[in-house]
Structures are given as C-alpha cells and as structure tokens.
Design a protein. Structure first.
Length: 221
C-alpha cells in the first residue's frame, strides 16, 4: 500500500449529502476528496491509496460505518487514520461510546454543521499521530455491534408503524411527502435487518471456531 496522501475519503450513501460534503471540502477547504457510497467502495480505494482522514456515515448498505472502522483498525497500515462519524440515526450516548471504543476519532450529528465539520477536520489533520488504536477482539466487536443494531431496528420498526398510521390521516396533497418519508424509513429498516442477520451469522461462525479450538485443546490433554 502507498503512503497516505493528502486526500480525504467521504463515505455516504445519500447522494445530496455526499455532494454537499464533497463540494464544501473541495471549494471551501481546498482539499482533494474521494467519495464512496458505502464502506465496501471505500475499503477498495483505501487498499490502493491511504487517505489522510475518513469522514463516514454509519447507516449504509453492504459495509456500514461501524464495520468500516473495525476493518481499518484491524490493519496496522490503516489503524491510525483519523475517522469522523456523521449520523442522524446512531446518536444515543451508547452509540457514541461504542464508536469511541472501536476507534472513531470524532462523532458529529446530522444535520451537518459545516463550520464544525471543517474545524474538526483541521484539528485532526494537524494533531500529532496518537499511538495505534488496538482493535477490539472479533467477538467483542460483533457482540457490541449486534446490540446497537437490535436497538436501532426496534426504533425503525416503531417509526414505520407510526408513519403508516399517520398516512391515513393526512390530506391528499401531503401524502406524497409522507410516502417518501415512509419509503426512506422502510429502506433503513430493511438495511438494519440485513446487517443484523449478517452479524448474527458472523457471531455463530466465531462461536463455532472457538468451540473447535476448545475441543482440540481438550483432545491434547
């Protein structure tokens, strides 16, 4: 992998937010910016050229923000890259605690305060590189990740139910707005469900490996 360059990686699946951040960083900050729509795309580019800093949403398809940071921290070559989380969904104190635990540098809530974002980027780029952040053990990461997903999924399910109930009470001219909102929330709910299924499968896989190791150790006694 090449040494890190001066570019900033922005990872966001909502096009208008991605464009806003991209244009702001380029024209207001003068930064070179590379964008990705999810963590999978980001990791593919980072394999070839390491960024100076990553700015990422959390709730995204394929590879979300939590998984992106965990994978960056697993690799010694990307372990020290500063990461800024942006989120409108994962904003509870427990979410921020987990983010810090896995190695997120800063956490900013959406809607984005551009001045705050620019100041945070400046601070992270000029501060001395801290000691490598040791990644969580696999089970510890996925167990904490699962808990965050379960809570957010329950909230999204309630949100969908609430919007569906309100839909029957609004006027015809307001229904389009509510339908768009409902569609967005349903997509987020389905994405959380998929991620939770994948995490549960990963935890089961880790448990099987540990069980096998334990059995082999017992056989050697």
């Amino acid at each position: 992998m090449d040494e890190h360059s001066d570019y900033l990686m922005v990872v966001e699946d909502i096009p208008n937010i991605l464009e806003l951040i991209d244009r702001t960083l380029k024209f207001k900050g003068g930064y070179r910016v590379v964008t990705a729509r999810n963590g999978e795309e980001a990791l593919e580019f980072i394999r070839h050229e390491r960024p100076a800093l990553v700015i990422t949403d959390i709730l995204m398809p394929k590879v979300d923000g939590f998984s992106l940071v965990h994978r960056l921290r697993l690799d010694p070559e990307t372990r020290n890259i500063p990461v800024i989380f942006l989120s409108a969904t994962y904003v509870a104190p427990e979410d921020k605690t987990f983010a810090a635990l896995i190695g997120v540098s800063r956490f900013l809530e959406k809607p984005i305060d551009i001045d705050q974002l620019m100041q945070t980027i400046k601070e992270l780029l000029t501060q001395e590189v801290s000691a490598s952040h040791e990644p969580l053990k696999e089970f510890e990461f996925y167990d904490g990740y699962r808990e965050r997903l379960e809570i957010k999924l329950e909230q999204k399910i309630k949100h969908v139910t609430r919007v569906e109930r309100l839909l029957s009470t609004v006027s015809e001219e307001d229904k389009t707005v509510f339908m768009n909102s409902l569609h967005s929330v349903i997509n987020e709910r389905d994405e959380l469900r998929l991620q939770l299924e994948q995490v549960n499968e990963r935890i089961e896989s880790i448990a099987k490996v540990e069980e096998k190791k334990l059995g082999e150790a017992e056989d050697k006694k």
